[in-house]
Design a binder for this molecule. Structure first.
Ligand code: TYD
Length: 341
């Protein structure tokens, strides 16, 4: 009898990582799944309840920890990252440590451990903003904020391990993802929670910027497709084609929650706010993947989950988050203008 393949998921207690773990456990039940996660403010072991995997608490930038987590691993999928643009504008240091140094050290340890294939989960933001055509994988990185600059640097280091050492890696670049267990700092959960509590929804600028909203289950199935079928050394865009402006997103949330639209408040814009990200996903589609959730289905499934999951998110709103919220939104909301139909 052959041994079960072992998949190490780093950052597996985060939003997309944990959804990926549950997806893999459901569709590849014979795989052993192991998670390494630093459990920063954004990580939460509660996301892994019932997943049937071991959780090792540790940092990808700590080579010894990574080496021991990688022992015997067949594959690696890396989700570990600092992800929130607004936090990167306040302090980019943790982004450099995890997204650049941590990524490099993890992939170096994986290469030396003889992992058969590794996938690095990245973002559409590395291409920079677009006001027209969708980005293809051959477009050069042109990041515009500290978060996306560190993700682009991490991507280049990962690709270098393929070019210099032929370590088989793939990179996925996903659009804005929504669904269960996303941290309340991100726009869709934040707006939903505020709408439920009768608090203002802080919309940057006039809410005209656009994002593609990919349901997390579709993102998880895309990453699995790339792990199993992606060509080594290749990048794959993951996009749903559900682009909408942020004001439309806030409207949909108010409607679903049953909250009045005048809770929407226009606040001072994010500096360097990217206008739009749009990705061509034909390369990924050629592997047989396609998204199952359109904009309405993705939004409604997400909002409905938050309506039911107060036990999960209420405790997160305390402590560190409260201090962050005050710093990010205190002055902005004091000078806000309510939406008037
Ligand atoms: P976000 O969820 O932070 O993701 P990203 O910056 O990676 O795209 O933001 C999504 C969009 O919503 C983005 O255009 C910024 C906007 N936004 C607001 O208008 N208000 C907010 O409070 C937040 C967090 C985001």
């Amino acid at each position: 009898m052959s041994a079960r393949p072992i998949l190490l998921v780093t950052g597996g207690a985060g939003f997309i990582g944990a959804n990926f773990v549950h997806h893999v456990r459901a569709v590849r039940p014979d795989w052993e799944v192991r998670v390494l996660d630093a459990l920063t403010y954004a990580g939460d072991r509660r996301r892994l309840e019932g997943a049937g995997c071991d959780l090792i608490v540790g940092d990808i930038a700590d080579t010894k920890t990574a080496q021991s987590a990688l022992e015997g691993a067949t594959w690696l999928v890396n989700f570990a990252a600092e992800t929130h643009v607004d936090r990167s504008l306040l302090d980019a240091e943790p982004f450099l440590r995890t997204n650049v140094t941590g990524t490099y050290r993890l992939f170096e340890a994986a290469r030396q451990a003889g992992v058969a294939k590794a996938v690095h989960v990245s973002t559409d933001e590395v291409y920079g903003e677009t006001r027209g055509a969708a980005f293809r994988e051959t477009d050069p990185p042109a990041p515009r904020n500290p978060y996306s600059a560190t993700k682009a640097a991490g991507d280049l280091m990962v690709l270098a391990t393929w070019q210099t050492h032929q370590f088989p890696v793939c990179i996925t670049r996903g659009v804005n993802t929504i669904g269960p267990w996303q941290h309340p700092e991100k726009a869709v959960p934040l707006f939903t929670i505020n709408a439920m509590r009768g608090q203002p929804l802080p919309l940057y600028g006039r809410g005209e910027q656009q994002r593609d909203r990919l349901y997390v289950e579709d993102h998880a199935s895309a990453i699995l497709a790339v792990l199993e079928q992606g060509e080594p050394g290749e990048v794959y865009n993951v996009a749903a084609g559900n682009n909408r402006d942020n004001l439309s997103v806030a409207w949909r949330i108010c409607e679903r929650v049953g909250a009045p639209q005048d809770l929407i408040h226009f606040v001072e814009d994010r500096t360097g706010h990217d206008w739009n990200y749009a990705l061509d996903n034909s390369k990924l589609r050629s592997l047989g993947w396609s998204p199952r959730y359109d904009f309405e289905a993705a939004m409604d499934a997400t909002v409905d989950w938050y309506l039911e999951a107060q036990d999960w998110w209420v405790p997160i709103l305390d402590g560190e988050f409260q201090a962050y919220y005050e710093r990010q939104y205190g002055e902005r909301l004091a000078g806000a203008e309510a939406f008037r139909g």
